[in-house]
Every structure is written in structure tokens, then in C-alpha cells.
Design a protein around this ligand. Sequence first.
Ligand code: FS2
Ligand code: SF4
Length: 552
Amino acid sequence: MFCRQCEQTQDHIACRSVGICGKSAETSAMQDGLVHLLKRMGVMATAARGAGANEKEMYQVNWWTLRSAFSTLTNVNFDEERIAEFIREGLTIQKKLEELIQSKGGKVPNLDPVAIGDTDTASLEEFGYTVSVPKLKDCMGNDDCFSLVEIGTYGAKGVCAYAAHCHQLGYMNEEVMAGLHEVFAKLASNEADMNGLLANVLRVGELNGKVLAMLDEAHASNFGVPEPTQVKVTATEGKAILVSGHDLKDLEELLKQTESTSINVYTHGEMLPAHSYPGLKKYPHLVGNYGTAWQAQKFEFSTFPGPVIVTTNCILEPRRMYKDRIYSMNEVGVSGVKHLESRDFSEVIAKAKECKGFPKTITPAQYHTVGFNHRAVLPLAGDVIEGVKKGDISRIFLIGGCDGSQFDRNYFTELAEELPEDTLILTLGCAKNRFIHSQKLLNQTLANGMPRIMDMGQCNDSYSAIVVATELAKALDCTVNDLPLSLCLSHLEQKAAAVLLTLLNMGVKNIRLGPSLPAYITPNVLNVLVENYNLMPTGNVHDDIKGMMAGR
Ligand code: FS2
Ligand code: SF4
């Protein structure tokens, strides 16, 4: 295996025998085969649209594209057999697309000679090894161009994941899907076309911007406008179910089905912002949030006294002590873990009744405030601008992105703790778990009474940060780069890569990225990013704070 799609990759080179995430060489090979098929599907789907295929005719390939790509993200699907199923389903869809193109008088593209043959699991795995990263890189013969292929591929996977969340909420955009298929088609070509590949990378960012806007709209239209809300982060006596991942629709359905059971429902990880939506917080048995970010789940799921549902990323290979009470949904998969094929939670509810639940506790309740969506922050824009003008707010920071287990991720805790107390901190994604519970930062307010830390939500809510930045720039008649704003992003996986590309496509400069740069960026490609966007790796916290406070 050779996987370097995420930041935590082994030795910052690549995972080569088993993933740091736990992914096996077999699953990795199967995912390589699936990604190969995704790119070829991009060629076929683009040809089908060129021949006149309409939205309805493209639905099956669109949905397959989103689910398949999502299943190859870090910490989503470790089940080789489920990945093999995606390949088999894709090959059937590809055949149908060929027939569709022919029926419309179009020309079926001649896909390259690297074609998938036998479809039994062993043969598919064998095929995967022939299209691994080193093989494709050698075949292209240009490391910098291949670096752009990897950036485009990982970013496009992130866009597909966000678009899959939209689909769960009833939203799919044919124009975006056409764009995504064109991106994959470009990635399929083996041409060392530096400028074309660079444009393709920025197109990924542009498409992701549209998808994030759609996701924001999908959340608000399904569950109402999010509002700042205090969430209890300590336990409540009684039987309990824990829901992790990002898909709020799954949570809503569980809340309906548990309404008259006296079972309490808790959010975990990126489900935390669910508490800010009127359509979800109206359920009194959505009692609170339990635990922190994904990388702590082995401990947190072990100690939770009830079943756990993982709706989307991130999942880790479960410990034996909770393997019989964890359930996966949607694209998530781990061999031996029960997968829920629909939103029928009766088995989970029965399991919750068998489990102990939380005893009565005398620990004082603790709370965290969520819900600073752009709709809640923009009415405060006048106060923020006035605060900046009066000198009450010295600078605004966006500290967001992924959390992870490495020690050097403490950079983001130290950063938040060491920033001057008159700075406003906006945050989103799971990186916030590095500092939101810090005693040093709890309940801080700015001179004008505004909360000093505003939690804007999941990384799926990145659109909120984009709206706030662009609206502040409009109000001050300047560009986002001229705002007293510094962006510090903690990246790990492919959704974060997509968000970074969106910011670059918008022309946002001076972003600090950490805790280390991705292994798939070559020095020459990094130079391009530094020259055009002044992208910087995170460094020493104190030096970085000095630089950022000085607007660098
Ligand atoms: Fe966390 Fe990163 Fe979950 Fe986001 S691991 S911020 O891209 O998907 O959340
Ligand atoms: Fe390694 Fe990340 Fe790939 Fe997992 S997803 S195998 S941790 S590079």
C-alpha cells in the first residue's frame, strides 16, 4: 500500500504497510481501484451529458459518485468488501452509461487500457495494486504534475463528501455534478499539463464553495435557522444513545423514533452543532453532548453506557468492549460492525434498553455554547466593526479544521490560549476540541460584552466563515485579505483539503496551515502556493502570533 491522502500519514511520507488510521493494505488497494473507476466514470459521465443525457438519467451515476468517493475518505470505510461492492455497482452503472450514450447517438469514450477485469474480491484487490499512487506517478513521469493530480483528487473527494451530506437533506445540483465529473475526467488523463491541472485544482475549490453554500441552505431549510444555544456537556441520568458523524437527518429520525421511550440522545464529535437548530433542539430528550473529537472515541465510546451510531466520518476500528453496541450508517463501514441499511433504529433502541445508561450524578452540569452560524454572527457585524475601530477588538482569528491525535496539534490549543485577550476567535470543525474546554478560555467575553469564542459549527458549516469574512469586507469596503483577520487551519483529511482549495480559489492569502504540510505537495507546487497565496506552514506559536497580529 502507499497512501498519503491525509496529514497524519506515516513519517510524513506515506502509510506503507498499514494505515496510521488502521486501514489495511487490502482495503487501501481496493480504494485505489475505486478511485481509478471514479476518474474513468468522470470521462463517461461527461460524454453522456455531451450526448444530451438529462438530470434524471444522470441521477444514478451522480449518487454513486458521491457515495463511492466519500467511502474512500480517511476514517470512513475500512471494509474491503463494501468497497468492492461500490466497484461492482460502478461497473454496472458504467455499462448503462455506455448504452445511454449510444442510444443518443453519442460516441462512447475509449477508456485507457488499464481496465478492471474480473470482479471477485481477490481480483479487484489485485487490480488496485496496479493503480496505486507510485504506479500512477511513475506512469505520469512528472512529480509536480502528479502532485496536482493528488491535490485535485483528495479535494474532489472532500467535495463529494459535502455533496453527499446535501443529498441526505434532499439537495443535489446537476451543474455541480457535471463540474465534478469534468474534474474527475481531467484527473483520469495522464497528461503532464501543469496549467490545466492547476486550473482543475482551483475548480475543485470553486465547486466546493457552491456545495458548502448548498449545505448551509439544506441545513437551515430542514431544521430551521441555527441560534446560539447552551449545550449540556455532562451526563443526565437514564438510558442513552450516542450519535456521531455529521448527518443531522439521521439524528432527527432517531429523535422521532425515541420520542416516547424515555431514552436520552447525546451528540458526539461533529454532531455537536445539532443542538443549535430549532428543528432538533425542540426534542427534550436531545439532552446534551458527550465526549470530544473523533480521535478520542475509543475511550469515549468504551465509557458510554449505551449504543453508539456513527453516521459519517470519523470511525476507528472499535475496541471489543463496545463492538457489539456500535452501528455504522451511510458510507461508513468497518468489518464486523453492524451496518444500518435504513433509518429504522429499532435494533439500536432495543440495545439502549439493555444497556445500563447513566446513573444519577452529583457533578455540577457544564455547558458549551454553539450556533454562531453566519445568520447569528452577521447581526453582530456592526458591533465587531465598531469594536475593531475603537480598538476593543485587536484582531479576528479563524481557528478551524480537523482534530487528530498527534501531539503537535497542541499548537492550536496554545495559539488560542496565548492570543491577546482582546482578540475574537471564530472556530469550526473538530479542531475546536483542542481549546473550547480550556479553563483559560471558558466564558470569556470581549470589552463590548460579546463572547470571545464563537463556535460556528461543523467543518460542513465552513460557508458561515466565508459569508462572515466577505460581508465584513463589504462593510469595510476592502478585500478579505485587507481585513484584520488571520486564518489558521488545522487540516487532516480530504474535506479540509476541499475547504482550503475553496479559500485559495477565492484568492484568500496568508493562511497558516498545520500541524504539518501534506506529504503529497512537492516543493515546486508549494512554491506556487507560497508565491500566489502566501500559504504558510504553522511554526512557533509565539512567532506566528507576532506575525499575525502584525497582519502577516
Ligand atoms: Fe473534523 Fe476534519 Fe469531520 Fe471535518 S476530521 S474537521 O474535515 O469532517 O470534522
Ligand atoms: Fe495513512 Fe491517512 Fe491513508 Fe489512513 S488515510 S492510510 S492514515 S494516509
